[in-house]
Write a protein that binds this ligand. Structure first.
Ligand code: MG
Length: 277
């Protein structure tokens, strides 16, 4: 018996269990295991199985050890912090990731100043966006209180609005897919407080004929509260019209709206969402 089988199983990482079971199977290991130490395989073909069924629609076996290893990413040091593979769009010090405006930097925050919207220089497709925003002391009501917005591809808006004790039409409130779908709940905190959006955006796909083949799909957490879960957009944002799609490139800018209110932003980062192929 190998010495590692004497160890209590509970002390072993779960991922090592298939390897242990494989090696202790009566039929013998599928792969050579000489030289492999506990939990550390000598090569990728010792990580899993090649004699298992193929997963439908893929070239990979169930538990295939040759399947590409996902990239190692170091999470942010604090909740909301940028992971190691993120593109930082604003860290309090520079607006160089953006064009338009320019907006002001005040006390480490990016502040709307009436010079118009801004958009990222770099373009993104499927992505994860983290953004923090703060509405000023209330002036006005409804759509005129703490209004901004984050636009994927510059055209698909997730509304930003101070909706703390401020009613408006639901498909135009904070975290709404503007003009289409209200959030499931209103998770706004008071004006003057920092609020977070964590948004997963799947870009729409278009066929060769320009027709939408699959719609944009978004998942949004507002202050950590899920407010959209895999919600499909019906098209590019419109005001007082039904949204429609028009074919565009696979990547586009992320834009922020100047709606005339001195909204502040901080800690903005984005990650492109891809799999190891
Ligand atoms: Mg807006």
């Amino acid at each position: 018996m190998k010495t590692f089988l004497l160890l209590p199983l509970a002390t072993l990482p779960l991922a090592t269990l298939p390897l242990l079971l494989l090696r202790s199977a009566a039929s013998g290991p599928v792969h050579a295991s000489a030289g492999a130490s506990l939990g550390v395989a000598a090569s990728d073909d010792e990580l899993g199985y090649q004699n298992t069924p193929l997963l439908p629609g893929t070239k990979w076996h169930v538990h295939d050890g040759l399947r590409p290893q996902p990239q190692v990413v170091t999470p942010g040091a604090r909740p909301g912090g940028a992971p190691s593979d993120a593109t930082v769009l604003f860290d309090g010090s520079s607006t160089e990731a953006w064009k338009g405006g320019p907006w002001d930097i005040k006390e480490g925050a990016l502040v709307v100043n009436g010079k118009g919207g801004i958009e990222t220089v770099e373009h993104f497709g499927d992505c994860q966006l983290h953004i923090e925003w703060r509405a000023p002391a209330p002036e006005g009501k409804g759509q005129h209180r703490g209004n901004s917005g984050v636009f994927f591809f510059g055209i698909y808006e997730i509304q930003i609005l101070d909706c703390f004790e401020n009613r408006t039409y639901p498909d135009g409130m904070a975290a709404a897919l503007y003009g289409q779908q209200p959030p499931m709940v209103n998770a706004c905190t008071a004006p003057g407080t920092w609020q977070t959006y964590d948004i997963l955006f799947r870009a729409p796909r278009f066929g060769d004929d320009g027709a939408v083949a699959s719609p944009a799909v978004v998942t949004v957490l507002h202050n950590g509260v899920a407010v959209h879960h895999g919600e499909a957009l019906i098209g590019a944002t419109q005001h007082q019209k039904v949204a429609t799609y028009k074919a565009h490139a696979a990547k586009g800018p992320i834009a922020l709206q100047d709606h005339g209110n001195p909204m502040a932003f901080r800690n903005i980062w984005v990650r492109e969402l891809t799999r190891a192929e």
